[in-house]
Write a protein that binds this ligand. Structure first.
Ligand code: ATP
Ligand code: MG
Length: 586
């Protein structure tokens, strides 16, 4: 590609609404243009990188035995009503009507459409398994589109859907996809982790998110640096290895005026925060259908965690069952505990309140907690002696330094950007849409499904979050819009410069290298700034001065090749070596 025939539109300044570096740099490099909130045009330079991501994804999906198809963006509402998601999906689902007043949606995902295709086409076990994928534009009316293409409203996704005869076969397909994802993100040159996102809900699902590690990531991840354990912070198991010590103090009611937090009480008593117990009150609401008239029931749940820990309401919610869990109101608290929040605790409670202690709280002795009286706490509290043994469960968020659930070290925290998601669905959609087949015995059976997404456009932003400096983007070779840029100084003035630049350009093109020849005849500073911003991995500068001595200047954007003079006759070979060394091998 020649720069004069290309459409370059780099900017000095990023727009004010670009909060993260990848958004700023993609705008400045002219990769994307904003049309409306979360809606972008992918400019030629940006589209080149998108195509490279797509090609790697496509190669690996094909390799894993998936078949490409392309589904419509506009989908009839009836399918969404059938699956139940017309009601459930909420305002992220963009709904519209056609001229006949029929309801449609713009697809945020394609489980309904693909299941409809398969239920109509697949009759026999002989047609299974099937794994179908597409690379297609999605629309989700995100409440807060931001970070450029990372949280857009319109974005490109690779979505795959697998159909198997049995759960066992479906879980094997899941493993094949998991493996394909590892290959994809490795080939893309990203620092990533597969994160366990299994919600552990009844019916058994299996789910992993693939996260690119970056400080700007929206998700908090707990991982073990000495093993491959990683999980969403909300889902990571909090292990307690401590044993409860024997009681050594008598229970003591202490006056703690105004000290309503664990921190304040610990400071007053000269104790570590880890000697205090935090009381958080929830209300569990459900509809009792057993009575003749369905009635709303509420149970108060007292969740106890150590003063330095936080309650995890997802874990608590799972424990208390299918009901609706929310924080208790002040009135509910006063009714159950006889006092205002701030001085609550588990001692002396009547049977009405369900007390759930975190594992680490159950392992405490001589602890401090609220006394259910304003301005008073108990100190020296011990389970079994001063109050009944509690119900014990994992109900807190993990923190840095907790033992890793796999027993192979301690947990560390990082942030991640979700770029991919593999999900074992079971029969959720096939049941709802009645996608069945006749098995070997001629008996109808529901198809087992899985779904697998990759955020193609989000990957660009995530890759930049990991690879940039103050001059711009530093693309991994695999997704750089161009692999090599040639910067001739005085292209239109010097015969020699033009001849050498054209010759090298042709050689590289013939060798299949993705090369850009900057024939704009711009000053070196302008050329360098543009290509450093755009992030082309390798650069060759050709000028009269160097060529007189038979030399050109060579450097790499990633800093591995510092600026150096190379014989004209050797530059092609050197480029080949540097390109090969940046090729990811699996
Ligand atoms: P998130 O939790 O980030 O909202 P999600 O769980 O809703 O994502 P999935 O439904 O699993 O996303 O979609 C598959 C992939 O599509 C995600 O892993 C992500 O890479 C990408 N993706 C999802 N939403 C967006 C968006 N608004 N903009 C860009 N990419 C997106
Ligand atoms: Mg997801």
């Amino acid at each position: 590609m020649r720069a004069t025939q290309f459409f370059l539109n780099t900017l000095k300044e990023a727009p004010a609404d670009a909060e993260v570096i990848s958004h700023q740099l993609m705008m400045r490099a002219g990769m994307i243009k904003r049309l409306a909130g979360g809606i972008y045009t992918y400019m030629p330079v940006g589209l080149r990188s998108i195509r490279k991501v797509e090609n790697i994804v496509r190669e690996e999906m094909n390799r894993a035995g998936a078949l490409e198809l392309l589904m419509p963006a506009v989908q009839p509402a009836e399918l969404w009503q059938e699956s139940g998601r017309w009601e459930k999906y909420g305002p992220e689902l963009l709904r519209l009507k056609d001229r006949h007043d029929r309801d449609f949606v713009i697809g945020p995902t394609h489980e309904e459409v693909i299941t409809d295709v398969v239920r109509k086409e697949v009759k026999s076990y002989r047609q299974l398994p099937l794994n179908l994928y597409q690379i297609q534009t999605k629309f989700r009316d995100e409440i807060r589109p931001r970070f450029g293409v990372m949280r857009g409203r319109e974005f490109v996704m690779k979505d795959a859907y697998s159909f198997d005869r049995t759960q066992e076969a479906a879980l094997k397909t899941y493993d094949v996809m998991y493996d394909a994802y590892r290959r994809i993100f490795t080939r893309l040159g990203l620092n990533f982790r597969a994160v366990n996102a299994d919600t552990g809900s009844i019916g058994g699902n299996r789910s992993h998110e693939f996260h690119v590690i970056a400080d700007t990531g929206e998700d908090a991840i707990a991982y073990c640096p000495s093993s491959d354990y990683a999980a969403n912070v909300e889902l990571a198991e909090a292990v307690c290895t401590a044993q409860r010590p024997a009681a050594s103090k008598a229970i003591d009611k202490v006056h703690t005026p105004g000290n309503s937090t664990c921190e304040a009480v610990a400071a007053q008593l000269g104790l570590p925060l880890t000697a205090t117990v935090k009381s958080v009150v929830f209300a569990n609401e459900w509809l009792d259908k057993n009575e003749t008239k369905p009635a709303k029931k509420v149970q108060i749940v007292l969740a106890l965690v150590r003063g330095d820990h936080e309650v995890n309401d997802i874990k608590l919610g799972k424990l208390t069952g299918v009901q609706e869990l929310r924080l208790a109101t002040e009135a509910e608290i006063v009714a159950a505990f006889g006092t205002q929040p701030g001085y609550l605790g588990p001692v002396g409670l009547k049977g009405e309140v369900r007390v759930v202690a975190d594992r680490s709280v159950a392992a405490m002795g001589d602890f401090v907690c609220g006394a259910n009286a304003a301005d008073y706490h108990y100190a020296g509290v011990n389970w079994g002696r001063d109050l009944p043994e509690p119900e014990v469960a994992d109900i807190r968020n993990v923190v840095e330094g907790d033992p890793s659930p796999d027993g192979k070290g301690v947990l560390a925290m990082c942030r991640g950007i979700e770029v991919g998601h593999v999900f074992y669905l079971g029969t959720k959609y096939s049941e709802a849409l009645q996608a069945k087949f006749l098995d070997e015995n001629g008996k109808p059976a529901v198809i087992e499904m899985g779904c697998y997404g990759i955020g193609v456009t989000r990957i660009l932003g995530a890759a930049i979050e990991q690879n940039f400096d103050d001059r711009g983007i530093i693309w991994p070779l695999s997704i750089a819009p161009f692999e090599v840029v040639l910067c001739p100084i005085g292209y239109k003035k010097s015969e020699e410069v033009k001849a050498q630049a054209d010759k090298l350009y042709q050689m590289l093109k013939d060798a299949g290298v993705d090369v850009m020849l900057d024939d704009r005849d711009e000053r070196p500073g302008v050329m360098f700034a543009d290509w450093e911003l755009i992030g082309v991995p390798l650069r060759v500068t050709l000028g009269d001065r160097g060529l007189k001595e038979g030399k050109v200047e060579f450097q790499s954007r990633d800093g591995k090749v510092e600026k150096r003079d190379v014989e004209v006759g050797e530059i092609f070979e050197q480029l080949r070596v540097e390109l090969a060394s940046r090729q990811v091998s699996l």
